[in-house]
Design a binder for this molecule. Structure first.
Ligand code: F6R
Length: 611
């Protein structure tokens, strides 16, 4: 959700800011802008609608030179995507880039207008610039002092960086609800909304904590709390290479990330999955005692993470015999909740910054949960830091906006947790060992299913002229149908819906005709017989069936309106993870033939840090 990068250095920082924006573009890409000040206080602001490449073109026409500056790539919340709404926003000499939402912006705007301020944009961010300017005019003081006095007037969530062009040596960064990280260099320092933007520049980082306000110059970083008291934050050395952000031999990040799934799962299993048991000693020496008390699981998540939670519900209940509920975080946080006894709250999130999931986690702390566990891909994220316990999915950085490898690694961690809880809850040893065997085979199984790439690419052509699609599955494959539909709609813009196959006759069958593709997830399990009745219901009404299966299901390929995508063998328990892969490939190739922007689909952004 919006990307921020700012720098204060001895050299010209124009390129640093632009390169940083390119690396952040997956967070938002409807407009971009930067403001740069040279040693003498000469300031230049450039903004444009659309992608960072448009901003780069614009800067090429100017000879931009500056030692301090701010840059931003936007994902619109208040105000349409346009050049005037692009950041940085200014009030005479105050420059602001902002990620988040100012909840009381209307009230502040009215007040500022009454003081004679004129607004040039529809954004909530411009309010901050004028408010800081007003405070400066009324009370004077350094930029830091002005920020400290102004913050209590602002309600909402914000990560922002502020600069005063009259003093081109200081940046002030504020974290209230939206993450910011400082990259510490020698004689130069940086701030960004995501460490990724700074990886080629530095390897020492300070992650700002909630309510932190940092004053940053070339040689000094001071961090204060909201009351202006100095606070100490750890300097963290990172060994992440900036090469992780290259696409390598692949055409898109999404394609690369689909293909990385075997290794991502292997990495997620390392040190945790022996031949006989699940080792979660990383959760502490008393973890067995704690988990034994857990009698109910409440999962909160959004989007793809929610779908993985939905799969795990089947596993928790059927294998570990522990009741489990899964809820969309944005609903959970505003509902009157009745917490079950000894209920463990699991916050599932790739980014660890999703605003609704974070709010649900915070809410759970005020309720009677036995504890909270984050399953997350980013170690230094807010959700991880605010949870009692955490398990990291070792997917590596995921850049494509559509989640792929983090879905399968979340499921891998969840299945390990199922075994762990099951073992404490009387699960038969033989069953535990069989599931462990299946998980360990999974990277290999996925390598095998990836060999179906060409077949799926060929089938994707059928979707070129389609506007709708239905995905159906049963049991633990119903959430896989949901995930398949989500992937297709978000990157190809085809309207897709998922149904539990048994529900077809309760309404959706009315949609079936010879233009409606119905994608069926048909693994060889005990529900296959039932699923075949549902296939029949679609077939007899002329629907276009695409059946993903690893069984002889009694129909021939190309018979009636039916295509059968024959997949290799997979163990039943891990089949939901395995069946996701061909659906990811299908969406990828459909989006490709429809010439969509696969890694940056319209209107979406990775890491949704606003409500
Ligand atoms: C879909 C997708 C989103 C995210 C959702 C939650 O491909 O990526 O639906 O799953 O925004 O994000 P995280 O997992 O970061 O909390």
């Amino acid at each position: 959700m919006c990307g921020i990068i700012a720098a204060v250095a001895k050299c010209n920082i124009t390129k640093i800011l632009l390169q940083g924006l390119l690396r952040l573009e997956y967070r938002g890409y409807d407009s971009a802008g930067l403001a740069i000040v040279d040693k003498h206080g000469n300031v230049k602001r450039l903004r444009c609608l659309g992608k960072v490449k448009n901003l780069i073109k614009k800067t090429e026409k100017e000879n931009l030179m500056g030692v301090i500056g701010l840059a931003h790539t936007r994902w619109a919340t208040h105000g349409i995507p346009s050049e005037i709404n692009a950041h940085p926003h200014i009030s005479e000499y105050i420059f602001v880039v902002h990620n988040g939402i100012i909840e009381n912006h209307e009230q502040l705007r009215k007040k500022l207008i009454s003081y004679g301020y004129y607004f040039t944009s529809e954004t909530d961010t411009e309010v901050i610039a004028h408010l800081l300017h007003l405070k400066q005019k009324q009370q004077g003081g350094s930029l830091l002092e002005v920020v400290l006095k102004t913050i209590p007037q602002i309600r909402g969530s914000f990560g922002m960086v502020i600069m005063d062009s009259r003093n081109p040596s200081i940046l002030v960064a504020v974290r209230v609800g939206n993450p910011l990280v400082i990259g510490c260099g020698t004689g130069e320092n940086f701030v960004a909304s995501d460490q990724l933007a700074l990886l080629p520049l530095v390897n020492s980082f300070i992650h700002l904590e909630e309510g932190d306000i940092a004053e940053i110059s070339q040689n000094k970083i001071s961090i204060f709390n909201i009351r202006g008291k100095i606070v100490n934050r750890d300097l963290i050395k990172s060994n992440i290479s900036h090469d992780i952000t290259s696409k390598g031999i692949y055409n898109h990040y999404m394609q690369k990330e689909i293909y990385e799934q075997p290794i991502a799962i292997k990495n997620t299993l390392i040190g945790r999955c022996t031949n006989k048991e699940i080792d979660f000693s990383e959760l502490g020496v008393n973890i067995g005692i704690f988990l034994k008390k857990v009698k109910h699981i409440q999962i909160v998540a959004c989007g793809t993470s929610y779908n993985s939670g939905m799969v795990s519900r089947y596993w928790f209940e059927s294998l570990a015999k522990i009741p489990c509920d899964v809820e969309i975080a944005s609903e959970f946080r505003y509902r009157t909740l009745q917490v079950r006894k000894n209920s463990l709250l699991i916050a599932l999130s790739q980014s660890g910054e999703t605003a609704d999931t974070l709010a649900a986690l915070r809410l759970s702390k005020r309720l009677n949960y036995i504890g909270s566990l984050a399953i997350c891909n980013v170690l230094c994220s807010s959700i991880v830091r605010e949870s009692d316990l955490y398990l990291i999915t070792k997917s590596g950085v995921e850049i494509g906006v559509a989640s792929t490898k983090t879905f399968s690694t979340q499921l891998t961690v969840l299945l390990m947790l199922v075994i762990k809880l099951g073992s404490l809850n009387g699960m038969q040893l033989e069953l535990q060992h069989n599931i462990i065997k299946a998980i360990k085979m999974l990277p290999h199984r996925i390598e095998q299913v990836l060999t179906k790439d060409k077949l799926i690419k060929a089938i994707a052509k059928d979707f070129f002229d389609k506007n709708h699609a239905l995905f159906i599955g049963r049991g633990d494959h119903y959430p896989i149908a949901m995930e398949g539909a989500l992937k297709l709609k978000e990157i190809s813009y085809i309207h897709a819906e998922a149904y539990a196959a048994g529900e077809l006759k309760h309404g959706p069958l009315a949609l079936i005709d010879n233009k409606m593709p119905v994608i069926v997830i048909a693994p060889n399990n005990k529900l296959l017989k039932k699923l075949k009745y549902n296939i029949e219901e679609v077939r007899t009404r002329g629907g276009l069936l695409y059946i993903f299966t690893n069984q002889d299901i009694g129909f021939k390929n190309n018979e009636y309106n039916m295509k059968i995508i024959q997949l290799p063998y997979v163990e039943s328990v891990t089949a939901p993870i395995f069946y996701t892969i061909p659906l990811q490939l299908l969406s990828y190739y459909v989006a490709l033939i429809k010439c969509r922007n696969i890694d940056q689909p319209r209107n979406l952004a990775k890491s949704v840090t606003v409500e």
